[in-house]
Design a protein around this ligand. Structure first.
Ligand code: ADP
Length: 406
């Protein structure tokens, strides 16, 4: 059965085509820089890859171009778009009510729309992609997979801020968490690698990409995560500051005359390892600069890794016992240096990193702790598109009344 996965962002639309239940990715393609007058289409699949300029001015035109590409003989090779049985959409914010992936109906569309105020950069383009796909593939089941859904199991003590209660009851100000599809995917995979049943496995999952977050996962359910009302809270990121004193925007306003918009932009786009190092938002460049004696690059790397370690410690206390600490995403999968620094000093808690295994684990699944470490450390490459395809397949079976036969 063929499933299309769509990730529709502000200026890009990405598609992945899957053959299920084999979890086989047939093709990946994207249009980037939509509406900027210099859009580009890229394709990869069936041993071929290319890039070409695209005339797409809107997300709907981008989807048309990608569907043409997927159904051409030199591209995805689909004989008929009718072969696509279901489309899985990445949706960033599902608010409080959504705790699972759902077949899209009017109610789900309203939820995505209602939560646009909480994710103004993400939910509107997600919805645009969803509407374009519903029109072009009317025979396919549309499924929404929410970034926030995995975190819906957090208890009030983890998601409430200590603010006047009407900010929560009237305005829904609370911690939501993001990257949920990635945390869920790597947590499930890590339980398999550890040969444990999901319900008995306590994990700390650490997603370190351009955006960074950690989650405490008890028996397959998220009980806390570092991102909050928006993705700004928690770990240090490429250009986002993570945790700072909430009085900082007031300080910036009083002393530097910054407007709320300006301080929001500073905290989101000019901070993190980019702001602190003065080198780059790319961790590879920061590590390289630190290696050649750049003091601010070294400090940025140190602050980044210390924040990760601090949250691993906090979530250890939350969970009581921890079976595994799981590293994922660009930095987590590829940087032995960051993992070493983040795990340094955790030996008394029961986590002993194996130096050689850690160095060898670059971009691949691996256990990187010593054989006698009481808590395992693992690298699990994330695959959000695959997880969306898996969820979409499950929802499709549920909706069509079939059962999985394995
Ligand atoms: P996104 O959040 O955009 O999906 P990724 O998960 O691709 O981002 O992660 C991007 C980050 O991964 C960048 O900071 C990049 O420098 C970092 N990264 C990729 N490869 C390495 C590496 N070998 N060592 C350190 N960092 C790396």
């Amino acid at each position: 059965m063929i499933i299309l996965v769509i990730n529709s962002c502000r200026s890009s639309l990405k598609c992945s085509l899957y053959e299920m239940p084999d979890d086989r990715c047939l093709a990946e393609c994207a249009v980037e820089r939509i509406g900027e007058g210099k859009a580009a289409l890229s394709f990869e699949g069936a041993g071929r890859s290319w890039e070409e300029p695209s005339s797409a001015e809107t997300h709907a035109e981008a989807l048309d171009a990608l569907l043409r590409c997927l159904s051409s003989s030199e591209g995805g090779g689909l004989e008929d778009l009718g072969e696509i049985a279901a489309v899985g959409h990445r949706v960033v914010h599902g608010g409080e009510k959504i705790s699972e992936s759902l077949a899209v109906d009017q109610e789900v569309i309203e939820v995505i729309r209602d939560n646009s105020a909480l994710a103004p950069l993400h939910n509107p383009p997600n919805l645009t992609g969803l509407q374009a796909a519903s029109e072009r593939l009317p025979g396919a089941l549309q499924v929404a997979v929410f970034d926030t859904a995995f975190h819906a199991s957090m208890p009030p003590r983890a998601y409430l801020y200590a603010l006047p209660q009407e900010l929560y009851t009237k305005y829904h100000v609370r911690r939501y968490g993001f990257h949920g599809t990635s945390h869920r995917y790597v947590a499930e995979r890590a339980a398999e690698v550890l040969s444990m049943c999901r319900e008995a496995c306590n994990l700390i999952t650490v997603h370190l990409g351009n955006g960074c977050s950690a989650a405490a996962v008890r028996g397959g359910r998220c009980v806390d995560t570092t991102m909050g009302l928006t993705p700004l809270e928690g770990l240090v990121m490429g250009t986002r500051c993570g945790d700072v004193d909430p009085a900082l925007p007031f300080f910036l306003s009083e002393n530097l005359g910054m407007s709320p918009k300006e301080s929001y932009a500073l905290l989101n786009r000019r901070s993190g390892i980019a702001g602190l190092s003065g080198v780059s938002n790319d961790m590879r460049e920061v590590i390289a600069a630190a290696g050649t004696g750049n003091g601010w690059a070294e400090r940025a790397l140190d602050v980044f890794c210390y924040r990760v370690k601090k949250y691993i410690g906090a979530y250890w206390a939350v969970l009581g016992t921890v079976d595994g600490v799981v590293f994922t995403a660009g930095i987590g999968e590829n940087s032995p240096e960051v993992r070493r620094r983040a795990c340094e000093g955790l030996e008394p808690l029961g986590l002993c990193l194996d130096e050689r295994r850690n160095l060898e684990a670059v971009g691949c699944e691996a256990v990187i702790s010593t054989p006698d470490s009481r808590t395992a450390a693992l690298v699990v490459p994330t695959d959000e598109a695959l997880k969306i395809a898996m969820d979409t397949y499950e929802v499709y079976l549920r909706e069509s009344g079939s059962t999985v036969t394995e």
